[in-house]
Design a protein around this ligand. Structure first.
Ligand code: SAM
Length: 308
């Protein structure tokens, strides 16, 4: 019997928008080109896009020159905007790079900032810039500068009232328990000082934990998925977990248009969201499906650094 033929390029999306979305959510990670799939999704249907797109010129699997990055990304962002709920988000993990040629040679290339400005012009509401700090970043030859030990995570909302659950990402208070107990009994409220108006801290310790701040410290997990495809740019699960919990409701729809090894879908499903992703490289899809089947955590627990 002849072996079944394998299509050379990923299949096109179904024509009915709800069928297309249903397929993504059912599969977990679908072999497909986001450029074709995103416009096929129903409008106003997605709570959160959490994604790490190919970085400019960075990896062998996708060489997008930084000078062309904004033009490359624009249509994806426009399609995602249309498919997002009014309360929804696009949360984008992206990294600076040093320009290898051109007028910025040796300097940081401005493509990340150009992209942020473009997305804002497109209608995405730029609400926050988070720093993913990597306490275990490995040194490289980037001089004259220190090693790269952070990446950006830009949070864009579609509408003026996005879903946001700060309580889901609170971290333990660092103040001594005795001081917390004392403050809880403090009934005086705000105190003015010589330096000006004080803040009312009487409720600070009644919230079940501290605001984690916008520096999210999560160890990078190098080569974590070697057993399942060896994706070289897989993000840590704890990073995805932070944003999935904060920016999407339980049962909400979470998608990753650049799914890679499927981290977003794996984590979002574990957290009770309906999740799916698109990945253009068949081998990564297989790896992602393997991870989804296994379901267990892949990396170390989250460490969140408090803002000072
Ligand atoms: C930075 S990696 C994502 C890694 C992922 N966050 C993970 O944890 O494994 C970006 C991925 O986007 C995929 N990609 C690039 N262009 C695509 C497209 N048009 N449609 C779908 N996937 C694409 C690449 O093959 C690559 O695996």
């Amino acid at each position: 019997m002849a072996a079944p033929s394998v299509p050379a390029s990923p299949p096109a999306p179904r024509t009915q928008p709800d069928q297309a979305l249903g397929e993504l959510l059912r599969e977990g990670v679908t072999w497909g080109d986001s450029e074709a799939w995103l416009p096929a999704l129903p409008s106003g249907s997605v709570d959160l896009w959490f994604t790490s797109p190919p970085y400019a010129d960075a990896r062998a699997y996708s060489r997008i020159h930084p000078d062309r990055y904004v033009d490359w990304f624009r249509p994806y962002a426009a399609s995602m905007l249309a498919a997002t709920k009014d309360t929804g988000w696009l949360v984008l993990n992206i990294k600076n790079r040093v320009a290898a040629s051109g007028p910025f040679r040796g300097q940081r290339h401005p493509y990340v900032y150009e992209l942020v400005i473009e997305l804002q012009r497109q209608g995405w509401r730029w609400l926050e810039t988070y720093i993913w700090s990597k306490p275990n970043a490995v040194p490289g030859r980037f001089g004259p500068r220190t090693k790269d030990s952070f990446e950006y995570v830009y949070a864009f909302a579609k509408g003026p009232k996005p879903y946001f659950d700060l309580d889901a990402i609170r971290v333990p208070y660092r103040t001594a328990p005795a001081e917390i107990a004392r403050r809880k009994l403090d009934k005086l409220g705000r105190r003015n000082t010589d330096a000006g108006f004080g803040r009312d801290r009487t409720t600070t310790y009644l919230r079940g934990g501290a605001d984690p701040g916008n520096v999210v410290s999560v160890p990078q997990t190098y080569n974590q998925h070697n057993g399942a495809g060896g994706h070289t740019a897989a993000m840590p699960e704890a990073l995805a977990g932070f944003f999935v919990q904060a920016c999407s409701p339980g049962g909400g729809v979470v998608l990753d248009p650049f799914a890679g090894s499927g981290t977003t879908a794996v984590v979002a499903r574990r957290l009770g969201r309906r999740a799916g992703g698109l990945e253009i490289h068949r081998g990564f899809v297989d790896a992602a499906l393997e991870r989804l089947r296994a379901g267990e955590p892949d990396d170390v627990p989250i460490v969140i650094q408090l803002a000072h």
